[in-house]
Design a protein around this ligand. Structure first.
Ligand code: C2O
Length: 565
């Protein structure tokens, strides 16, 4: 940084001395238009142009453990363990010049992202045109749809190592980079689409699958004569079928009527967005720093509805439910962008619900950076800190309701009665162990364990009681989902619409072996325990219910309770 400033100062002094001279050489009108600010940015722009990836990290902040990709060393990677893919951008064998991100001119029109189910025909025609042009661009053009899709592939399969750490792949899923990285990706995608039709007010629609009237796939995505159509999808999930936000691929997974599904979805959303997301890491996912290897806990919404809907949309005829069902292929489906526009909106909704008190302030997160091509084919280096204010980025979301806010699930059985039933069951069949180390416990069937609540110390009001399922090892390559219930007395009432439902582990395996690590599932349950009137109890019963056949390839090391400050 110091070095950069020094170069800037010298260059500025040079320009000030030389400008009377240069104005004679250059077109004088052009020079007159340059005020000092513009001169500075011109020089800075030049300086950045000279910078290369290898010295792109600020020298003054060697302590920083922000994450960024080593752009010159992209390589083959695994889309599925049995599928080698190459999604690297061409031309990066040597350093490529880039510029630092700059906010768009605040005077340019605000892009208002609208709900997909409310779009008028003229907008759909316009978007269809933009997308068709994007799809027709040659692969060499980084604005082409194919190249946009590859961006996603690069960061979920381990195609890049972290800058300065040659053995550690960059992964943007299952980490605290999930929300900001996807925001960056669709932000540039949106700008490119707009520029392809010369409309700088163009805004990506969002598929508001969290509100009842918008839960089926938006109609225009299933119009075969449009650029939005995609063959690699599960056609049995086309409209008027309502999206299943807690989807499991299991054949026994109940097929609900639309009305029932809507009710389940709203209550499920409440758990994922509100009661289960009252601490930063529960929603954002775990801390992920340079050379940390992997963080091991995924945020609530990233798992479901995010992962669950990827799986719900992808084709059951493909081995990994491609395209949406695996991340290496997901962004080839145009609906990916409407799905992520909604994820982006829900991030904002969560920040608002918590008055932004839970926003991450860690510099390693704020300074993590990525590179994207903009609509002018300029390569832009952008940091997480650049994407925290959508107004500055020039877009907003049309207001829609959050009906799930008042869909707090009720207990399925009166709590006192449930406890009596559980005690009776326990006398017949005592279960005390919730630590299965060292061998682990395979999730080949539903089971219940009693988990002690550490009572030693005074608990602070603000603390979040959290069920931690630790040492989760996923061996297979198929989508995995299991659900966790608390004080479940009646197994016929296993359903996210009831308060006993604590949360879900929904996982899309991807990447090679270096991407496989043991994981944790953390479920915030303070409010739930109050509602189940167990908050004075010494222990709770925790039921783990496998929801996919693939769970027989999954084992866990145990379940415990922790408190998050
Ligand atoms: Cu990067 Cu929806 O996935």
């Amino acid at each position: 940084m110091a070095e950069k400033k020094w170069v800037l100062l010298v260059s500025l002094a040079f320009i000030m001395v030389m400008s009377p001279l240069s104005s004679r050489i250059m077109d004088s009108a052009q020079v007159l238009h340059l005020n000092m600010g513009e001169l500075a940015s011109m020089v800075l722009g030049k300086f950045q142009f000279w910078a290369t990836f290898n010295n792109g990290v600020d020298r003054g902040t060697v302590e920083s453990r922000a994450i960024g990709p080593n752009m010159t060393a992209c390589h083959h990677s695994y889309g599925r363990p049995d599928l080698l893919v190459y999604c690297c951008p061409p031309g990066f064998e040597k350093s490529v010049p880039f510029v630092d991100f700059e906010f768009p001119d605040p005077r340019s029109p605000v892009k208002v992202r609208r709900p997909a189910h409310l779009l008028d025909e003229s907008f759909i025609v316009k978007y269809n045109k933009a997308l068709s042009i994007m799809k027709s661009l040659p692969y060499d053009d980084p604005r082409s749809f194919a190249r946009q899709a590859e961006l996603h592939c690069q960061f979920c399969t381990g195609a890049y190592e972290q800058l300065n750490y040659s053995d550690t792949p960059v992964n943007i899923h299952r980490t605290w980079l999930f929300f900001p990285w996807h925001r960056m990706m669709i932000y540039f995608h949106e700008r490119i689409l707009g520029s392809l039709i010369g409309d700088d007010s163009f805004a990506l629609p969002f598929w508001a699958w969290d509100i009842p009237e918008a839960m089926p796939m938006p109609d225009y995505y299933v119009n075969e004569n449009s650029a939005f159509f995609h063959t690699e999808r599960d056609f049995s999930h086309f409209p008027p079928r309502v999206a299943d936000l807690a989807y499991s691929t299991d054949k026994n997974h109940p097929h609900l009527s639309n009305d029932e599904q809507i009710d389940v979805n709203l209550k499920f959303m409440y758990t994922q967005m509100v009661s289960g997301a009252r601490k930063t890491e529960l929603f954002m996912g775990c801390t992920y720093r340079a050379n940390d290897g992997y963080c091991d806990t995924t945020g609530t919404v990233e798992q479901a509805p995010h992962n669950t809907l990827h799986t719900w949309i992808g084709s059951s005829l493909n081995p990994g439910r491609e395209d949406m069902g695996k991340f290496y292929s997901a962004a080839k489906d145009p609906i990916f962008y409407a799905h992520h526009s909604n994820i982006d909106r829900l991030w904002e909704a969560w920040r608002k619900i918590n008055n932004r008190r839970l926003d991450i302030t860690d510099p390693d997160w704020l300074d993590s950076f990525f590179f994207f091509y903009d609509e002018n084919l300029k390569l832009v280096k952008i940091k997480v800190r650049d994407v925290l204010d959508t107004t500055k980025l020039g877009y907003s979301f049309e207001e829609v309701d959050h009906p799930w806010l008042n869909h707090r699930p009720p207990p399925s059985v009166p709590p006192k009665q449930a406890r009596q039933m559980l005690k009776l069951k326990e006398n017949k069949n005592p279960v005390f162990v919730s630590d299965f180390r060292p061998d682990g416990r395979v999730l080949d069937g539903i089971f219940t364990v009693k988990v002690l609540r550490p009572m030693k110390r005074e608990r602070k009001e603000e603390e979040e009681e959290t069920i931690v399922v630790y040492g989760i090892e996923v061996k297979g390559n198929d989508y995995v989902k299991f659900d966790v219930y608390v004080n479940l007395s009646d197994e016929t009432k296993m359903n996210p619409k009831f308060r006993e439902f604590a949360g879900t582990f929904a996982h899309i395996p991807g990447g090679g072996d270096a991407m496989k690590k043991k994981m944790k599932l953390k479920l915030g349950v303070s409010e739930l325990l109050k509602d189940l009137e167990t908050d004075e109890d010494e222990s709770i019963w925790v039921t783990v219910s496998p929801a996919t056949v693939s769970c027989s390839n999954v084992s866990i090391e145990g379940i415990r309770i922790e408190y998050i400050e």
